[in-house]
Design a protein around this ligand. Sequence first.
Ligand SMILES: Nc1ncnc2c1ncn2[C@@H]1O[C@H](COP(=O)(O)OP(=O)(O)OP(=O)(O)O)[C@@H](O)[C@H]1O
Length: 209
Amino acid sequence: MVTTENLTFYYKKEQHTFSFPDIFLEKQEDLLVLGKSGIGKTTFLHLLAGLLKPVNGTICIADTAINSLSARKLDIFRGQNIGLVFQKSHAIQSLNVFQNLQARLFFSKKAIHPKAIDQLLIELGLIEYKNSAIQELSVGQLQRLGIALSVIHNPKVILADEPTSSLDDENCKIVIELLKKQAKQTEANLIVITHDHRVKSFFSNTITI
Ligand SMILES: Nc1ncnc2c1ncn2[C@@H]1O[C@H](COP(=O)(O)OP(=O)(O)OP(=O)(O)O)[C@@H](O)[C@H]1O
């Protein structure tokens, strides 16, 4: 469950103040956040992820008011409960695909059955790249690895920032369907922010900021 109330934020006091609409997502509910370039979509996502602190308002994820947590507790909460998908995968270049997933699990302090990594790689069409170097992956494969890295620890919320903007139509569809499938399997909320209107048809719950 994800709720926000009266969220405002500014980068510097003398700069523009962002006011974001309240959201109320029940368990497993998806949300697509649309808005033109520069309007504050990434800022909103970073607030939801606890990477930025709101000036006013509250953010509640899985019954936890994340803006009231200390920096240390917030880091732990994020590591365990939030999956972040970026436009480009943030994989560690010196590790292979499997090692990246192991590292992600290590940092989230969550244990899963070793076979669960293989299962996820099968679902994301990456099993044959399990021992590949990151540099050997295509853009679509890298984006699918980004999804694997964001869901391997079974987060309560998956937050995706422009996950499709560098992808062709076919990979755009694959990535959105995989995100939705993974969210469903782990009973997570999925929040996608984008200005890519191709994504609109996949979501019934949409807000524009
Ligand atoms: N760290 C920062 N310091 C100061 N201003 C910032 C910072 N990050 C973003 N901004 C400004 O805040 C505004 C909103 O940025 P944000 O990235 O949230 O927009 P966006 O809607 O995600 O844009 P896009 O769709 O182009 O990625 C922009 O004007 C941007 O220049």
